[in-house]
Ligand binder design. Structure first.
Ligand SMILES: *Cc1c(COP(=O)(O)O)cnc(C)c1O
Length: 228
């Protein structure tokens, strides 16, 4: 087996075990392979193992890999910070966006989503670790923002996403994911939400224990990232 095939087997086993532990079905957790900085050939190896959802952070890099991989039926997720001048290309070339953190970006994505494509799936990114205020909307703004985004015509709000401050303390990992879940629960019925995008290579077990429906896994699948 290649290293990537071995890695996929290990990650799948971790997801499976975490689901057993949490008394959840394995189908309730999706594996989003985070392929930023990884070449198209590495993505092909992951696809060969049955994965079809890929997450990218950098628009130009994503567009060139999408072009190289046009022959494959993949589902593309944008998971990086979004500048206003990038929304049109994102609306045209992705199936999901996990990193929406303000209304203006959601409005532009809705206006710019091409008519021939289904509504763009969105997650609202929330800053659940107060010390790192860089990305995500503040927790106290989630409900109002989620309602405004859910009313837009060409996007479909699916749920919430978070990138908590990294820690090896499993209780702290779980506490951060539980904060996201607590913001999500009261909105589920009202806005028909079904998605909690949380958990990465280091903390996927804690995320699954707290209800993750997508885990976003980069390093544990592809190995270390190589930045140009
Ligand atoms: C890079 C990245 C990941 C993957 O992180 P790993 O620790 O390599 O699994 C997940 N989510 C987001 C938003 C990322 O930018």
């Amino acid at each position: 087996m290649s290293t990537i095939a071995e890695n996929i087997a290990k990650v799948s086993a971790r997801i499976q075990n975490a689901c057993i532990e949490a008394e959840r079905t394995p189908e309730s957790v999706g594996l989003l392979a985070v392929s930023k900085t990884q070449p198209a050939e590495a993505i092909r190896e992951v696809v060969a193992a049955g994965v079809r959802d890929f997450g990218e952070n950098y628009l130009q890099e994503a567009l060139s890999k999408q072009a190289e991989l046009r022959d494959l039926p993949l589902c593309w997720h944008f998971i990086g910070p979004i500048q206003s001048n990038k929304t049109r290309a994102i609306a045209e070339h992705f199936d999901w966006v996990h990193s929406v953190d303000r209304l203006k970006i959601a409005q532009r994505l809705s206006e710019q989503r091409p008519e021939h494509l289904p509504p763009l799936n969105l997650c609202l990114q929330v800053n659940v670790s107060a010390e790192d205020s860089k990305s995500g909307c503040p927790p106290q703004e989630v409900a109002a923002l989620a309602r405004s985004i859910a009313a837009l015509p060409r996007v479909r709000l699916r749920g919430l996403m978070a990138i908590p401050a990294p820690t090896e303390d499993v209780q702290a990992q779980r506490a951060a994911f539980a904060r996201l879940k607590a913001l999500f629960n009261p909105l589920v019925d009202e806005l028909a939400l079904d998605t909690l995008s949380m958990g990465m290579s280091q903390d996927l077990e804690a995320a699954i224990a707290e209800g993750a429906t997508w885990v976003r896994i980069g390093t544990a699948l592809f190995g270390a990232r190589h930045y140009a």
